[in-house]
Design a protein around this ligand. Structure first.
Ligand SMILES: Nc1ncnc2c1ncn2[C@@H]1O[C@H](COP(=O)(O)OP(=O)(O)OP(=O)(O)O)[C@@H](O)[C@H]1O
Ligand SMILES: [Mg+2]
Length: 368
């Protein structure tokens, strides 16, 4: 059964450490995403699993087999590339049955598989079309169909939806997930799009500079990010700087800039006087007109409003001069206008506190 295990895997290109001591266990039949900014090593990780590049250190297992010395064609994997890698001189049908044919399946079996997967990707009526006669979305579905038809139980997808427009991307990502689940495949999906990873994955590994920062379900990563980068990269966060002024049963009292004190969660191993960063999601704030006296409230003024359809987004300048983003559902909440004085508040349970990063907050948040 194709679970995938990487043990202390490192891959260097000259001085660049593309993959840096990665330990990872992708379970059998899991839909797993490798998520991170451009250049963080996602493609290299996938190519290591595929056998297209060799690790400098570490072991890679597919199922119970150590595959370090096994060539790609013997690893029994399907691969979907970012760019539409169909054979241009073959029509959709020939592209799809290419795998079963070269594997030497008899023609009848190859055709049965081909029909099944084309049915799955809903392109049965386009069997005769050549790649240049298909839209990007169709070509990518054919590419997925081709990978599925080859019959491998492990499917590797490198930004398979990268070149498609947003609407098509949304539809196809659910189709791909459904097909892998129907066929009981293990899928490893590379993307730099956090919304995509959140929508389709059973679990996600967030990667920065060749290292895994956190592995978790979409909910775990969103609700309990383990560090500032993950809180920033998954969804959106406001980061408020401050010091721990005291510790208590509920966590910590944190003094923000301008002597604003709030009750929040405590960071790991908290110390009084410690410099911290408080992460709060834009939707975690309550925002009200005027001056309201309540726990964990800060006064501010609306500096900008943006209507986004589903949501309305406010930039709020707080009384301590910090600038925050507050997002509210546009059909539910009363809209506020620029210049309006407001009170923003939040519950301590909806905060995450982190030790101030050694290299500064800005450096920690940069994605490149
Ligand atoms: N064949 C190669 N030769 C030299 N350096 C390479 C090679 N392949 C990748 N790298 C370097 O390794 C690092 C990781 O590259 P990789 O392609 O894995 O990133 P990525 O996360 O897939 O990025 P993107 O989202 O842009 O596709 C980068 O610094 C890249 O320049
Ligand atoms: Mg890549």
């Amino acid at each position: 059964m194709p679970d995938v295990r990487l043990v202390n895997v490192t891959k260097r290109y000259g001085k660049i450490v593309a993959v840096d001591g990665v330990n990872l266990h992708i379970y059998d039949k899991e839909y797993f995403s490798l998520l991170g900014p451009s250049g963080c090593g996602k493609t290299t990780l996938l190519r290591l699993v595929a056998g297209l590049v060799q690790p400098d250190e570490g072991e890679i297992y597919i199922g119970d087999m150590l595959v370090n010395d096994v060539p790609p064609e013997d690893r029994d994997i399907g691969f979907v590339f970012q760019t539409f890698a169909l054979f241009p001189h073959m029509n959709a049908w020939d592209n799809v049955v290419y795998g079963p044919r070269v594997k030497g399946f008899n023609m009848k079996k190859a055709e049965t598989i081909g029909h099944e997967v084309l049915e799955m990707v809903k392109l049965h009526e386009r069997l005769d079309a050549y790649p240049n006669e298909l839209s990007g979305g169709m070509m990518q579905r054919i590419a997925v169909a081709r990978a599925l038809a080859a019959g491998a139980k492990l499917l590797l997808l490198d930004e398979p939806l990268g070149q498609l427009d947003a609407k098509v991307r949304n539809e196809i990502r659910y189709e791909i997930r459904r097909m892998t689940k129907d066929l009981e495949l293990t899928a490893v999906h590379v993307t730099h799009d956090q919304a995509e990873a959140m929508a389709i994955s059973d679990r996600i590994a967030v990667i920065k500079k060749g290292r895994i920062l956190q592995i978790g379900t979409p909910t775990e990563l969103y609700m309990t990010p383990k560090n500032i980068f993950v809180a920033h990269f998954i969804g959106e966060s406001n980061f408020l700087e401050g010091y721990i002024s005291s510790l208590n049963r509920k966590g910590a009292v944190i003094e923000l800039r301008g002597e604003v004190k709030v009750q929040a969660e405590a960071p790991k191993k908290p110390e009084k006087g410690e410099r911290v960063v408080l992460a709060i999601r834009p939707e975690a704030f309550v925002i009200e007109k005027g001056i309201k006296k309540k726990e964990n409230s800060i006064l501010g003024t609306i500096e900008r409003t943006t209507f986004e359809g589903t949501n309305i987004r406010y930039k709020v300048r707080l009384e301590n001069q910090d600038l925050i983003v507050v997002v509210k559902p546009s059909l539910v909440e009363e809209w506020l206008s620029v210049g309006e004085n407001v009170t923003v508040s939040f519950s301590s349970g909806k905060t995450r506190a982190f030790t101030y990063p050694a290299e500064g907050l800005r450096k920690e948040l940069t994605v490149e």
